[in-house]
Design a binder for this molecule. Structure first.
Ligand SMILES: Nc1ncnc2c1ncn2[C@@H]1O[C@H](COP(=O)(O)OP(=O)(O)OP(=O)(O)O)[C@@H](O)[C@H]1O
Ligand SMILES: [Mg+2]
Length: 321
Protein backbone atom coordinates (compact mmCIF):
# COMPACT_ATOMS: atom_id res chain seq x y z
CA UNK A 1 0.00 0.00 0.00
CA UNK A 2 1.44 3.43 -0.83
CA UNK A 3 2.37 5.34 2.31
CA UNK A 4 -0.06 8.13 1.44
CA UNK A 5 -3.03 5.78 1.80
CA UNK A 6 -1.85 4.14 4.99
CA UNK A 7 -1.64 6.81 7.70
CA UNK A 8 -4.20 7.63 10.39
CA UNK A 9 -6.74 10.37 9.88
CA UNK A 10 -8.02 13.62 11.26
CA UNK A 11 -11.70 14.57 11.01
CA UNK A 12 -13.43 14.90 7.66
CA UNK A 13 -17.12 15.71 7.36
CA UNK A 14 -19.18 15.71 4.17
CA UNK A 15 -22.47 17.52 3.73
CA UNK A 16 -25.05 16.62 1.06
CA UNK A 17 -28.27 18.59 0.74
CA UNK A 18 -29.74 16.44 -2.03
CA UNK A 19 -28.92 12.77 -1.41
CA UNK A 20 -30.55 10.09 -3.55
CA UNK A 21 -30.87 6.36 -3.99
CA UNK A 22 -29.16 5.50 -7.29
CA UNK A 23 -30.97 2.61 -8.94
CA UNK A 24 -28.84 1.06 -11.74
CA UNK A 25 -30.13 -1.44 -14.23
CA UNK A 26 -29.82 -2.39 -17.91
CA UNK A 27 -32.09 -3.20 -20.86
CA UNK A 28 -31.35 -5.09 -24.09
CA UNK A 29 -32.09 -1.92 -26.05
CA UNK A 30 -33.73 1.45 -25.33
CA UNK A 31 -36.78 1.30 -27.61
CA UNK A 32 -39.60 3.85 -27.24
CA UNK A 33 -43.20 2.74 -26.60
CA UNK A 34 -42.24 -0.92 -25.92
CA UNK A 35 -42.23 -2.50 -22.49
CA UNK A 36 -38.55 -2.69 -21.54
CA UNK A 37 -37.47 -5.61 -19.38
CA UNK A 38 -34.88 -4.41 -16.89
CA UNK A 39 -32.14 -6.44 -15.22
CA UNK A 40 -32.24 -6.80 -11.44
CA UNK A 41 -31.46 -3.29 -10.18
CA UNK A 42 -28.47 -2.45 -7.99
CA UNK A 43 -29.14 0.18 -5.32
CA UNK A 44 -26.53 2.61 -4.01
CA UNK A 45 -26.74 5.56 -1.67
CA UNK A 46 -25.67 8.57 -3.75
CA UNK A 47 -25.36 12.35 -3.99
CA UNK A 48 -22.09 14.33 -4.03
CA UNK A 49 -21.00 14.32 -0.37
CA UNK A 50 -22.40 10.84 0.22
CA UNK A 51 -20.23 9.45 -2.57
CA UNK A 52 -17.19 11.35 -1.27
CA UNK A 53 -17.67 9.78 2.20
CA UNK A 54 -18.16 6.31 0.64
CA UNK A 55 -15.04 6.70 -1.50
CA UNK A 56 -12.98 7.89 1.49
CA UNK A 57 -14.12 4.73 3.32
CA UNK A 58 -13.12 2.56 0.37
CA UNK A 59 -9.67 4.18 0.40
CA UNK A 60 -9.20 3.23 4.06
CA UNK A 61 -10.06 6.61 5.59
CA UNK A 62 -13.01 7.78 7.61
CA UNK A 63 -15.53 10.53 7.03
CA UNK A 64 -18.76 11.50 8.70
CA UNK A 65 -21.64 12.09 6.25
CA UNK A 66 -24.25 14.70 7.26
CA UNK A 67 -27.44 14.69 5.18
CA UNK A 68 -31.21 15.16 5.23
CA UNK A 69 -33.31 12.03 4.85
CA UNK A 70 -37.02 11.39 4.94
CA UNK A 71 -39.92 9.04 4.35
CA UNK A 72 -39.78 5.39 3.36
CA UNK A 73 -37.04 5.99 0.78
CA UNK A 74 -35.06 7.87 3.42
CA UNK A 75 -35.11 4.83 5.73
CA UNK A 76 -33.98 2.67 2.85
CA UNK A 77 -31.24 5.17 2.00
CA UNK A 78 -29.97 5.20 5.60
CA UNK A 79 -29.83 1.40 5.64
CA UNK A 80 -27.88 1.29 2.35
CA UNK A 81 -25.30 3.71 3.75
CA UNK A 82 -25.06 1.83 7.02
CA UNK A 83 -24.31 -1.38 5.11
CA UNK A 84 -21.17 0.36 3.82
CA UNK A 85 -20.17 1.35 7.36
CA UNK A 86 -20.21 5.06 6.58
CA UNK A 87 -20.67 7.10 9.78
CA UNK A 88 -23.68 9.37 9.41
CA UNK A 89 -25.57 12.19 11.10
CA UNK A 90 -29.11 12.21 9.75
CA UNK A 91 -31.42 15.22 9.69
CA UNK A 92 -34.97 13.84 9.46
CA UNK A 93 -37.10 15.58 6.85
CA UNK A 94 -40.78 15.75 5.95
CA UNK A 95 -40.07 15.12 2.26
CA UNK A 96 -39.11 11.72 0.83
CA UNK A 97 -35.51 11.09 -0.24
CA UNK A 98 -35.36 11.03 -4.04
CA UNK A 99 -34.44 8.09 -6.28
CA UNK A 100 -32.43 8.37 -9.51
CA UNK A 101 -32.33 5.80 -12.29
CA UNK A 102 -29.36 4.78 -14.39
CA UNK A 103 -30.00 2.49 -17.36
CA UNK A 104 -27.40 0.89 -19.60
CA UNK A 105 -28.55 0.07 -23.15
CA UNK A 106 -26.76 -3.26 -23.75
CA UNK A 107 -27.02 -2.93 -27.54
CA UNK A 108 -24.96 0.28 -27.60
CA UNK A 109 -23.38 0.14 -24.10
CA UNK A 110 -24.58 3.73 -23.68
CA UNK A 111 -25.66 4.86 -20.25
CA UNK A 112 -28.84 6.92 -19.60
CA UNK A 113 -28.94 8.86 -16.34
CA UNK A 114 -32.37 10.00 -15.12
CA UNK A 115 -32.10 12.45 -12.23
CA UNK A 116 -35.26 13.19 -10.25
CA UNK A 117 -35.67 16.68 -8.83
CA UNK A 118 -34.30 17.09 -5.33
CA UNK A 119 -36.98 16.94 -2.65
CA UNK A 120 -37.80 20.19 -0.87
CA UNK A 121 -36.16 21.07 2.45
CA UNK A 122 -37.71 23.50 4.93
CA UNK A 123 -35.66 26.37 6.40
CA UNK A 124 -35.55 24.52 9.69
CA UNK A 125 -34.23 21.35 7.99
CA UNK A 126 -31.37 22.96 6.06
CA UNK A 127 -30.47 25.05 9.11
CA UNK A 128 -30.23 21.81 11.13
CA UNK A 129 -27.75 20.48 8.53
CA UNK A 130 -25.55 23.58 8.97
CA UNK A 131 -25.88 23.39 12.77
CA UNK A 132 -24.83 19.74 12.72
CA UNK A 133 -21.53 20.74 11.06
CA UNK A 134 -21.12 23.72 13.38
CA UNK A 135 -21.43 21.48 16.46
CA UNK A 136 -18.58 19.13 15.50
CA UNK A 137 -15.34 19.86 17.29
CA UNK A 138 -11.82 19.47 15.89
CA UNK A 139 -13.05 19.46 12.35
CA UNK A 140 -10.30 19.76 9.76
CA UNK A 141 -12.12 19.34 6.44
CA UNK A 142 -15.70 19.99 5.40
CA UNK A 143 -16.65 18.70 1.95
CA UNK A 144 -19.84 20.25 0.55
CA UNK A 145 -20.79 18.60 -2.70
CA UNK A 146 -23.72 18.26 -5.02
CA UNK A 147 -26.75 20.14 -6.28
CA UNK A 148 -29.23 21.99 -4.07
CA UNK A 149 -32.86 20.88 -3.71
CA UNK A 150 -35.79 23.34 -3.70
CA UNK A 151 -36.10 25.35 -0.51
CA UNK A 152 -32.35 25.58 0.10
CA UNK A 153 -30.93 29.09 -0.50
CA UNK A 154 -28.42 29.37 -3.33
CA UNK A 155 -25.87 30.89 -0.93
CA UNK A 156 -25.96 27.89 1.42
CA UNK A 157 -22.34 26.99 0.59
CA UNK A 158 -21.35 30.60 1.34
CA UNK A 159 -23.08 30.21 4.73
CA UNK A 160 -21.08 26.99 5.13
CA UNK A 161 -17.90 28.93 4.29
CA UNK A 162 -18.60 31.42 7.11
CA UNK A 163 -19.00 28.51 9.56
CA UNK A 164 -15.82 26.85 8.25
CA UNK A 165 -13.81 30.05 8.76
CA UNK A 166 -15.16 30.45 12.30
CA UNK A 167 -14.18 26.84 13.08
CA UNK A 168 -10.84 27.14 11.33
CA UNK A 169 -11.81 24.20 9.11
CA UNK A 170 -10.96 23.87 5.41
CA UNK A 171 -14.01 23.92 3.15
CA UNK A 172 -13.92 21.94 -0.10
CA UNK A 173 -16.71 22.70 -2.60
CA UNK A 174 -17.75 20.63 -5.61
CA UNK A 175 -20.88 22.04 -7.17
CA UNK A 176 -22.00 24.16 -10.13
CA UNK A 177 -23.97 27.24 -11.17
CA UNK A 178 -25.18 29.81 -8.67
CA UNK A 179 -24.29 27.67 -5.64
CA UNK A 180 -20.67 27.60 -6.84
CA UNK A 181 -20.67 31.33 -7.57
CA UNK A 182 -21.83 32.22 -4.04
CA UNK A 183 -19.22 29.94 -2.49
CA UNK A 184 -16.45 31.48 -4.62
CA UNK A 185 -17.59 35.00 -3.69
CA UNK A 186 -17.30 34.19 0.01
CA UNK A 187 -13.95 32.42 -0.48
CA UNK A 188 -13.24 28.78 0.43
CA UNK A 189 -10.22 26.49 0.78
CA UNK A 190 -10.61 24.31 -2.33
CA UNK A 191 -12.87 24.43 -5.39
CA UNK A 192 -13.11 21.53 -7.88
CA UNK A 193 -14.98 22.70 -10.97
CA UNK A 194 -14.66 20.93 -14.31
CA UNK A 195 -13.75 23.11 -17.29
CA UNK A 196 -17.39 23.94 -18.16
CA UNK A 197 -18.26 24.80 -14.55
CA UNK A 198 -15.21 27.09 -14.30
CA UNK A 199 -16.08 28.78 -17.61
CA UNK A 200 -19.59 29.67 -16.46
CA UNK A 201 -18.23 30.74 -13.07
CA UNK A 202 -15.99 33.33 -14.70
CA UNK A 203 -18.68 34.33 -17.20
CA UNK A 204 -17.31 32.67 -20.35
CA UNK A 205 -19.07 30.38 -22.82
CA UNK A 206 -16.03 28.25 -23.27
CA UNK A 207 -12.50 27.85 -21.85
CA UNK A 208 -9.43 26.33 -23.49
CA UNK A 209 -6.96 24.33 -21.42
CA UNK A 210 -4.13 26.71 -22.36
CA UNK A 211 -5.99 29.66 -20.77
CA UNK A 212 -6.25 27.84 -17.48
CA UNK A 213 -2.90 28.69 -15.95
CA UNK A 214 -3.29 32.45 -16.15
CA UNK A 215 -7.04 32.61 -15.41
CA UNK A 216 -6.77 30.08 -12.61
CA UNK A 217 -3.92 31.88 -10.90
CA UNK A 218 -5.79 35.18 -11.09
CA UNK A 219 -8.86 33.47 -9.66
CA UNK A 220 -6.83 32.23 -6.69
CA UNK A 221 -5.12 35.63 -6.22
CA UNK A 222 -8.58 37.26 -6.17
CA UNK A 223 -9.26 35.25 -3.01
CA UNK A 224 -11.97 32.89 -4.28
CA UNK A 225 -10.07 29.85 -3.05
CA UNK A 226 -6.61 28.81 -1.88
CA UNK A 227 -6.54 25.73 -4.10
CA UNK A 228 -8.27 25.50 -7.48
CA UNK A 229 -8.48 22.05 -9.06
CA UNK A 230 -9.94 22.01 -12.55
CA UNK A 231 -10.82 18.53 -13.74
CA UNK A 232 -10.52 17.76 -17.44
CA UNK A 233 -12.14 14.34 -17.80
CA UNK A 234 -9.82 11.89 -19.59
CA UNK A 235 -7.15 14.63 -19.81
CA UNK A 236 -6.73 14.60 -16.01
CA UNK A 237 -6.66 17.77 -13.95
CA UNK A 238 -4.77 20.96 -13.13
CA UNK A 239 -4.12 22.17 -9.57
CA UNK A 240 -3.36 25.86 -9.03
CA UNK A 241 -2.40 27.72 -5.84
CA UNK A 242 -0.81 31.16 -5.44
CA UNK A 243 2.64 29.58 -5.76
CA UNK A 244 2.21 26.22 -7.53
CA UNK A 245 0.77 24.72 -10.69
CA UNK A 246 0.60 20.98 -11.37
CA UNK A 247 -0.91 19.07 -14.26
CA UNK A 248 -1.54 15.34 -13.99
CA UNK A 249 -2.65 13.20 -16.94
CA UNK A 250 -4.04 9.73 -16.18
CA UNK A 251 -2.93 6.63 -18.09
CA UNK A 252 -5.22 5.63 -20.98
CA UNK A 253 -8.03 3.41 -19.74
CA UNK A 254 -11.23 1.92 -21.19
CA UNK A 255 -13.88 3.86 -19.26
CA UNK A 256 -16.94 1.73 -18.40
CA UNK A 257 -18.86 4.46 -16.54
CA UNK A 258 -17.83 7.98 -15.58
CA UNK A 259 -20.48 8.14 -12.82
CA UNK A 260 -18.76 9.08 -9.55
CA UNK A 261 -15.46 10.14 -11.16
CA UNK A 262 -15.60 13.68 -9.76
CA UNK A 263 -16.66 12.47 -6.30
CA UNK A 264 -13.90 9.83 -6.18
CA UNK A 265 -11.38 12.48 -7.21
CA UNK A 266 -12.49 14.83 -4.41
CA UNK A 267 -12.33 11.94 -1.92
CA UNK A 268 -8.73 11.10 -2.89
CA UNK A 269 -7.64 14.73 -2.69
CA UNK A 270 -9.24 15.44 0.68
CA UNK A 271 -7.81 12.25 2.19
CA UNK A 272 -4.34 13.20 0.86
CA UNK A 273 -4.66 16.78 2.16
CA UNK A 274 -5.67 15.46 5.58
CA UNK A 275 -2.46 13.42 5.51
CA UNK A 276 -0.42 16.52 4.69
CA UNK A 277 0.81 15.30 1.33
CA UNK A 278 2.38 17.89 -0.99
CA UNK A 279 0.05 19.44 -3.59
CA UNK A 280 1.54 17.49 -6.50
CA UNK A 281 0.80 14.19 -4.77
CA UNK A 282 -2.65 15.40 -3.73
CA UNK A 283 -3.44 15.89 -7.41
CA UNK A 284 -1.86 12.57 -8.42
CA UNK A 285 -4.01 10.68 -5.91
CA UNK A 286 -7.10 12.68 -6.97
CA UNK A 287 -6.62 11.87 -10.65
CA UNK A 288 -5.86 8.21 -9.86
CA UNK A 289 -9.11 8.00 -7.83
CA UNK A 290 -11.17 9.75 -10.54
CA UNK A 291 -9.81 7.47 -13.24
CA UNK A 292 -10.21 4.39 -11.00
CA UNK A 293 -13.93 5.20 -10.77
CA UNK A 294 -14.25 5.16 -14.57
CA UNK A 295 -12.96 1.61 -14.98
CA UNK A 296 -15.83 0.23 -12.88
CA UNK A 297 -19.32 -0.17 -14.29
CA UNK A 298 -22.44 1.74 -13.16
CA UNK A 299 -22.33 3.76 -9.99
CA UNK A 300 -19.27 1.98 -8.55
CA UNK A 301 -16.72 4.35 -7.02
CA UNK A 302 -12.93 3.97 -7.03
CA UNK A 303 -11.44 0.72 -5.72
CA UNK A 304 -8.28 1.02 -3.63
CA UNK A 305 -6.37 -1.63 -5.67
CA UNK A 306 -7.11 0.26 -8.91
CA UNK A 307 -6.04 3.56 -7.33
CA UNK A 308 -2.72 2.06 -6.25
CA UNK A 309 -2.11 0.56 -9.71
CA UNK A 310 -2.94 3.87 -11.45
CA UNK A 311 -0.84 5.90 -9.00
CA UNK A 312 2.20 3.75 -9.82
CA UNK A 313 1.62 4.34 -13.52
CA UNK A 314 1.09 8.10 -13.07
CA UNK A 315 4.25 8.42 -10.96
CA UNK A 316 6.20 6.15 -13.31
CA UNK A 317 5.32 8.23 -16.35
CA UNK A 318 6.08 11.50 -14.47
CA UNK A 319 9.53 10.12 -13.53
CA UNK A 320 10.22 9.20 -17.18
CA UNK A 321 9.05 12.50 -18.69
N1 LIG B 1 -12.70 9.31 -19.77
C1 LIG B 1 -11.89 9.32 -18.71
N2 LIG B 1 -10.72 8.62 -18.73
C2 LIG B 1 -9.89 8.62 -17.67
N3 LIG B 1 -10.11 9.31 -16.54
C3 LIG B 1 -11.26 10.03 -16.45
C4 LIG B 1 -12.21 10.08 -17.53
N4 LIG B 1 -13.24 10.87 -17.16
C5 LIG B 1 -12.95 11.29 -15.90
N5 LIG B 1 -11.76 10.81 -15.48
C6 LIG B 1 -11.10 11.03 -14.18
O1 LIG B 1 -11.99 11.60 -13.24
C7 LIG B 1 -11.58 12.94 -12.91
C8 LIG B 1 -12.80 13.83 -12.79
O2 LIG B 1 -13.52 13.76 -14.01
P1 LIG B 1 -14.29 14.96 -14.69
O3 LIG B 1 -13.37 16.03 -15.09
O4 LIG B 1 -15.13 14.34 -15.75
O5 LIG B 1 -15.13 15.50 -13.45
P2 LIG B 1 -16.63 15.98 -13.39
O6 LIG B 1 -17.04 16.61 -14.69
O7 LIG B 1 -16.73 16.82 -12.18
O8 LIG B 1 -17.37 14.60 -13.18
P3 LIG B 1 -18.74 14.25 -12.46
O9 LIG B 1 -19.73 14.11 -13.57
O10 LIG B 1 -18.44 12.95 -11.77
O11 LIG B 1 -19.07 15.36 -11.52
C9 LIG B 1 -10.61 13.35 -14.01
O12 LIG B 1 -9.69 14.31 -13.54
C10 LIG B 1 -9.94 12.02 -14.35
O13 LIG B 1 -8.97 11.67 -13.38
MG1 LIG C 1 -18.45 17.17 -11.00
Amino acid sequence: MPECLALLMPAIVTITFSPCIDKSTSVDAMIPEKKLRCALPKLDPGGGGINVARAINKLGGEALAIFPSGGYTGKHFNALLEKEHVASRIIETRSETRENIIVVDESTKKQYRFGMPGTELTADEWQQCLDAVDKIEDLEFIVASGSLPPGVPLDIYAKMAVIAKKKNAKLVIDTSGEALRHAAEEGVYLLKPNLGELASLIGKDHLEENELEQLGRQFVLNGHCKVLVVSLGGAGAVLITASEIHHVVPPKVEPKSVVGAGDSMVAGMVLSLSRNLPMKEVLEVGVACGTAATINPGTDLCRKEDVEMLLKRIRGSAANS
